[in-house]
Design a protein around this ligand. Structure first.
Ligand code: ATP
Ligand code: MG
Length: 231
């Protein structure tokens, strides 16, 4: 079963990659066509421009879906190196700060000072966290608070991510990790499926608690590296 799944994911990834090239050729040519039409001022040309816009938007949507899908297929192949999650979270928050400010979201971080190191693929870990932060942001359209904390558990490190957003109903909670499940207009529904795959590939776990109209808490654990013997 596992082998079949891997083979199907590989094939689907290959197919997505093959579709991307002709799709970008289509989009580029449509852009050139649009530039040519700009030279002609007539009702027909204006109508044609409107249709071109629809095609361009659909091309962009497909390209972004294929990118999300390719990221999903690559999510379980991490290159693990020793690292500290606190440093990564600080980078991610820095990257996110402006976006959060624009959405009137206060980001609060409590990062444990004695956090043990873990084996981590920085790029994939960033992706996993960004998916969670984006979801939190989208769940707070009128602003709110986003708290990120880290702590050392027994043989693991624990990351909590709490938002004061709209929360989830039972149906969403039962489906949120399913690829292509989305309640958002234009959402691909690949964000959390990818995040879960990445965390599992780090030997970790992800769980969620949510209350409708109150907020959501995601908890991630990642096995920690044994501390070096103290001198
Ligand atoms: N923090 C959150 N608060 C409320 N609902 C959430 C939260 N995170 C996820 N969800 C729900 O889970 C669904 C699946 O999330 P997921 O990130 O996989 O897909 P998406 O955000 O809809 O699309 P995208 O692929 O663009 O991320 C969302 O559509 C939303 O209904
Ligand atoms: Mg998402």
């Amino acid at each position: 079963m596992d082998e079949q799944y891997t083979e199907i994911t590989r094939l689907a990834g290959g197919l997505a990659h093959e579709i991307k090239n002709p799709l970008s050729t289509i989009r580029l040519n449509i852009e050139l066509l649009s530039e040519d039409l700009e030279q002609i001022d007539s009702p027909q040309s204006r109508r044609a421009q409107q249709r071109i816009k629809v095609v361009q938007n659909e091309c962009r949507r497909l390209e972004s879906l294929l990118d999300d899908f390719l990221r999903f297929t690559k999510a379980d192949n991490p290159e693990l190196l020793p690292g500290n999650v606190n440093n990564e979270i600080q980078d991610i928050i820095e990257f996110f700060r402006l976006k959060a400010k624009e959405s009137e979201i206060e980001v609060i971080a409590y990062l444990a000072s004695d956090l043990p190191s873990v084996l981590i693929d920085r790029g994939l870990f960033h992706q996993a966290m960004i998916n969670l932060l984006l979801n939190a942001l989208q769940a707070m359209p009128n602003g709110g608070q986003l708290m990120i904390s880290t702590r050392a558990g027994g043989n693991e490190i624990v990351i909590d991510l709490i938002d004061t957003g709209m929360g989830m109903d039972e149906k969403t909670l039962a489906n949120l990790y399913n690829a292509f499940y989305s309640t958002k207009k234009g959402g691909s529904g690949l964000g959390l499926a990818t995040t879960q795959k990445i965390i599992k590939a780090h030997g970790g776990t992800i769980s969620v608690q949510s209350e409708l109209n109150c907020g959501t808490k995601f908890t991630i654990t990642i096995p920690s590296l044994p501390r070096l013997a103290e001198k």
